[in-house]
Design a protein around this ligand. Structure first.
Ligand SMILES: *Cc1c(COP(=O)(O)O)cnc(C)c1O
Ligand code: SF4
Length: 395
């Protein structure tokens, strides 16, 4: 069991904001208005390290600083290495640029036919509908445009994006992303989802959002009605550490699930946050308990200023190896590297194949024991004379 895996840890109350009336605390607009966005805001509640002070001073030139009170409350102020803290409080390292790092690490610009659309895979597109998020992850792959701190000047134009999708019958899958699509008003979301549903070739609509984690209050009954109306809408949330699995998040996931939204999770492997098998195991178990199926575990992209958060990719392989066979299959995400420069997501797996000989595949199971399976059915296998005649399949 994970050391902090107690029921009490699932709910930390209002913490620093204990005197705020519950109805304000539970109002997503209050949470947004009261985000911590400056060095002063942070220092009111937390003793920052020198490294973090420097980071906070520079943050707004790279990726805006913003943390919702709800999410900030999950930080243990006595722990400088707190896993929530590492994700949202900037460090000086963000201003450094390692030689392998890129502004657009997975080459999205090269596959963007119109602003806001990334069309890398033949049958599906990424549709970036906003550059804003409820809070900002310091390792964000899209920090070149997200929060508009780098003068990228991203102006999402839904209409040209929608028009592109209408004109491309090969697009059967649309992934709304950003920024965070759930920051749009109910009205805009209703409009975009409605327009997408009208396109006959769009079979599958999904949303990538960290709002349930940063701002679970946004998952209102009204929003859920919109998903129900245009469903099935699938959603990938973004949880990195078991501490994020609060009762409040669990309730939000339940509302989504009851509205018919299948939930997946995408985590980013981050140094000092979740780069251990024990932490990952606690995380995926909690996700299942919240009706969320772990989907991808990403190797951290080579985004500029991320060296202090990145891990050796072999760590990811080790973590998957520690999960496969050792826990529920549903709990195991696919570890991927989004190939630098624009190759797309490549699955990275532990090697269970020892060798493929002329006639068999020789493999190792989760305990390292060897087994083999023949490559082709053996010729001359004896048929059972008493077996009934095969019944032709109906087509
Ligand atoms: C991740 C991604 C998708 C979705 O990939 P799936 O493996 O289907 O989840 C689509 N387009 C782009 C550009 C992506 O980066
Ligand atoms: S929520 Fe997503 S888009 Fe927004 S900062 Fe985090 S990783 Fe980037």
């Amino acid at each position: 069991m994970y050391p902090n895996d107690s029921k009490e840890n699932w709910f930390r109350g209002q913490g620093n904001w204990a005197d705020v009336p519950a109805e304000q605390w539970n109002d997503w607009k209050w949470q947004l208005r009261n985000r911590l966005t400056t060095l002063d805001d942070l220092e009111r509640y937390l003793d920052l390290t020198l490294d973090e002070r420097a980071g906070a001073l520079h943050a707004n030139k790279k990726l805006a600083l913003a943390i919702t009170p709800y999410f900030f409350n999950l930080i243990d102020p006595s722990d400088q290495n707190d896993p929530i803290r590492q994700q949202v409080i900037p460090k000086k390292g963000e201003t450094a640029v390692a030689p392998e790092e890129l502004l657009d690490p997975v080459g999205e610009e090269g596959t963007s036919p119109v602003p806001g659309i990334v069309h890398r895979y033949p049958d599906r597109v990424l549709f970036l509908v906003t550059d804003r998020c409820a809070a900002y992850c310091r390792y964000c792959t899209r920090s070149r445009l997200v929060s508009n701190a780098q003068d990228y000047n991203f102006h999402p134009e839904y209409e040209s994006g929608l028009e592109y999708i209408r004109q491309h019958p090969e697009v059967r899958d649309v992934l709304l992303s950003g920024g965070d699509p759930l920051l749009l008003s109910d009205k805009k979301l209703d409009h975009i989802l409605g327009e997408l549903r009208k396109i006959p070739h769009v079979e599958f609509i999904r949303i990538g959002s960290r709002i349930p984690v940063f701002l679970p209050q946004r998952i209102t009954p009204e929003l859920c009605e919109i998903f129900k109306k245009h469903g099935p809408i699938w959603m990938s949330i973004h949880v990195n550490h078991p501490t994020e699995c609060t009762q409040t998040l669990k309730d939000a996931c339940e509302r989504l699930a009851y509205a018919g939204v299948p939930l997946g999770n995408q985590s980013v492997l981050l140094r000092g946050v979740n780069d251990s098998a024990e932490t990952m195991k606690a995380l995926v178990h909690r996700l299942l308990m919240m009706r969320v199926r772990p989907y991808y575990l990403y190797q951290c992209d080579l985004i500029t200023g991320s060296a202090h958060l990145r891990t050796d990719p072999r760590k990811g392989i080790e973590i998957i190896q520690a999960l496969r066979g050792h826990t529920t299959g549903y709990a195991i995400p696919q570890f991927v590297i989004d190939a630098p420069g624009g190759g797309g997501k490549v699955p990275i797996n532990p090697d269970y194949i020892k060798e493929i000989t002329e006639d068999a595949i020789v493999m190792r199971n989760f305990q390292g024991e060897e087994y083999s399976y023949p490559l082709v059915a053996q010729a001359g296998a004896k048929l059972d004379k008493n077996a009934p005649e095969p019944v032709p399949l109906l087509v």
